[in-house]
Design a protein around this ligand. Structure first.
Ligand code: OXD
Ligand code: MN
Length: 620
């Protein structure tokens, strides 16, 4: 399509302005067709950037290898350029918007020379849903265009929906590598050096300007930039929630379904949980989203979650037919692989795929690689953040209502992270405010090599630390306000904190995870139904010892450990939050959350047994 096919004068003017400034060789508007996807992909193949995979092994799929400087989201080059610094808050990098725009204008000048400028009109959320948001990404990358085609709804239907004066979020992207006359990428992933990479957000004007990176969340601007950072600001202003959450449908043997959302920090298994295959007979899980959910009240007073993406951008290493068969099948065809290893017969391989490397490979940096199981220090063949981009509708367990324009009513919200100790397998909040408190203290244990001063826990409130587009203290307040806005508190989702990652002192996993997490989901389902066996504890409601069916290999002793309230551990947790976490948010931290922390501490102290055994049994 061409610019002449667009009937929106504001969009046409913006396209022309960027074209004149970035001086691409040509401009192309995506129509979203399959033929167009193939054409763009062939261009990347010709430039030596994309490698077609064996059509018998991975039909219609391609491998890309990025530059070693361009392999992940770059948080230190990500900016929230709000008008006032205070509005970016303590968790974001702030630069004055006028100054940042000036810097970026310097970089954008002529930056698309020798390239095609693609105009991607896309919808986050089903096209036409009153809750969806339209964005327009201008990019000079075929990789980005093809990924956006999978991850979002792109093209004609969205352009029509935008009409002549619809609102859209301006998303400007360049890889930052202009080409000289006759030059071609020639197999080199185009990007700019790290100090020239900028992932800039202008919350007041709802704009995203990204420069210098072609990878993932830095470049596929519908995902983290729009659907989280800018969307959080819109959600604050409009009274809803934009969250880093999967959405799943859990169905019991009687056929009753409940919807659950879950927020875990990046790479803590959201995709695996979203696509889980229950190990308890008769229970089913279906997937609606593996990464992002937008939540708002429906007319019936319940909170509804809408899935906003159209594909999965999943972490590859560790994905296998054992850990996540549904993801393996979803990524079997029509998939873009990034930074995994290539086999001799042009299939892909990675660490944790479940079988040995079949012969000589080419690793993610393009070098020959032969598996050496005797060498524990061998560099991996695939980058730890290597990814697959696969259409959501290829997932065998995709839920039939994943594109419902109204979303689905949420019964439970889960928070979690990797916590080898202290945090039990599951505990539940008593109220929405208590649940907001649980979300605000989410953290994952980190390795000794990267210990933050004072504590071994990296806090990631609501798993949103890198994605809150405004002051995180105000974000907590907004969460509390959403709860207060409920027509009826009893209709609010129940909030839980789960931890699949408990270990023994010897470092052995206490809980098998994966499909066995369905046992915890079953208990959560029963809590929502009012039929669960629960006990009230100082940290919240918990299952009784035999309320959760034990998986094979988990002894009663293990279960006791998994469900133990470690009073001293929790008191250390409280101290860490009091000293190292909450003060970060200064005056902006809602007093309700301080009050939750105080009452948790008081309850823990009251429960600390004075008979000396340390288990809280005497109830004092
Ligand atoms: C992701 C992330 O890519 O959270 O989803 O980093
Ligand atoms: Mn994510």
């Amino acid at each position: 399509m061409t610019v002449n096919d667009i009937k929106h004068p504001g969009l046409v003017a913006w396209i022309n302005e960027i074209k004149d400034y970035c001086t691409p060789d040509s401009v192309y508007v995506l129509d979203g067709s399959a033929e167009e996807y193939d054409r763009l992909m062939q261009k990347a193949v010709k430039a030596g950037i994309a490698i077609p995979l064996n059509p018998e092994k991975k039909p219609h799929s391609f491998l890309f290898r990025s530059d070693p400087s361009d392999v992940a989201r770059v948080e230190k080059r990500t900016f929230i350029a709000s008008e006032k610094q205070e509005d970016a808050g303590p968790t974001n990098n702030w630069v004055d918007p006028a100054e940042l725009k000036k810097t970026l204008m310097g970089l954008y000048k002529g930056c698309m020379k020798g390239r095609t400028m693609y105009v991607i009109v896309f919808s986050m959320g089903p096209v036409g849903s009153e809750f969806s948001k339209i964005g327009v990404e201008i990019t000079d990358s075929e990789y980005v265009s093809c990924n956006m085609d999978i991850m979002t709804r792109v093209g004609k239907a969205v352009i029509e929906e935008l009409g002549t004066n619809g609102f859209f979020i301006h998303c400007l992207h360049s890889v930052g590598k202009p080409l000289a006359e006759g030059e071609n990428d020639n197999g080199m992933w185009p990007c700019a050096p790290i100090e020239k990479k900028y992932i800039a957000h202008f919350p007041e004007t709802r704009e995203i300007w990204s420069f210098g990176s072609g990878y993932g969340g830095n470049a596929l601007l519908g995902k983290k930039c729009l659907a989280l950072r800018i969307a959080t600001v819109m959600a604050r202003d409009e009274g809803w929630l934009a969250e880093h959450m999967l959405i799943l449908k859990l169905t019991n043997p009687e056929g009753k379904s409940r919807y659950v959302t879950a927020a875990f920090p990046s790479a803590c298994g959201k995709t695996n949980l979203a696509m889980l295959i229950p190990t308890i007979p008769g229970w089913q899980v279906h997937t609606l989203s593996d990464d992002i959910a937008w939540l708002r009240y429906g007319k019936d007073g319940r909170l509804y979650a809408m899935s906003v993406e159209a594909g999965f951008f999943g972490v590859v290493p560790g994905t296998s037919m054992h850990s996540n068969p549904n993801a393996m099948i979803a990524a079997q065809k029509n998939t873009i692989y990034t930074n995994v290893a290539l086999t001799e017969d042009k299939d892909v391989w990675w660490e944790g795929i479940g079988y040995d490397a079949p012969g000589k490979l080419i690793d993610w940096q393009g070098n020959e690689w032969v598996q050496d199981k005797t060498n524990k220090d061998q560099k991996p063949s695939s980058h730890p953040n290597s990814r697959f981009t696969a259409p959501a509708n290829q997932c065998p367990c995709i839920s039939d209502d994943w594109e419902d324009p109204h979303g689905v009513p949420v019964s439970a919200i889960l928070f979690g992270g990797r916590r080898p100790s202290t945090i039990p397998l599951v505990h539940g909040a008593r109220t929405w405010t208590h649940g907001t408190f649980l979300g605000s203290i989410v953290g994952s244990e980190i390795t000794a090599a990267a210990l933050d001063a004072g504590s071994g826990i990296r806090r990631d409130p609501m798993a949103m630390k890198p994605f809150i587009g405004y002051n995180a203290g105000d974000y907590f307040k907004h969460w509390l306000n959403v709860g207060k806005a409920a027509k009826d508190q009893s209709l609010l989702p129940r909030i839980f904190y789960v931890n699949w990652f408990r270990k023994t002192a010897e470092g052995k996993w206490l809980w098998p995870g994966y499909g066995d997490n369905s046992r915890v989901l079953k208990w959560i389902f029963e809590v929502c139904d009012g039929t669960a066996q629960t006990v009230d504890t100082p940290i919240g409601i918990m299952p009784t010892l035999d309320a959760i069916d034990r998986p094979e290999g988990v002894t009663e002793e293990d279960m006791k450990e998994l469900l133990n309230v470690d009073i001293d551990g929790w008191l250390r947790e409280v101290e860490d939050i009091r000293k190292n976490h909450y003060p970060i948010f200064g005056d902006k931290l809602p007093k309700e959350l301080w009050a939750q922390l105080d009452s948790l501490e008081a309850d823990l102290k009251a429960a600390k047994c004075d008979c000396g055994c340390g288990c809280g049994c005497c109830g004092k």
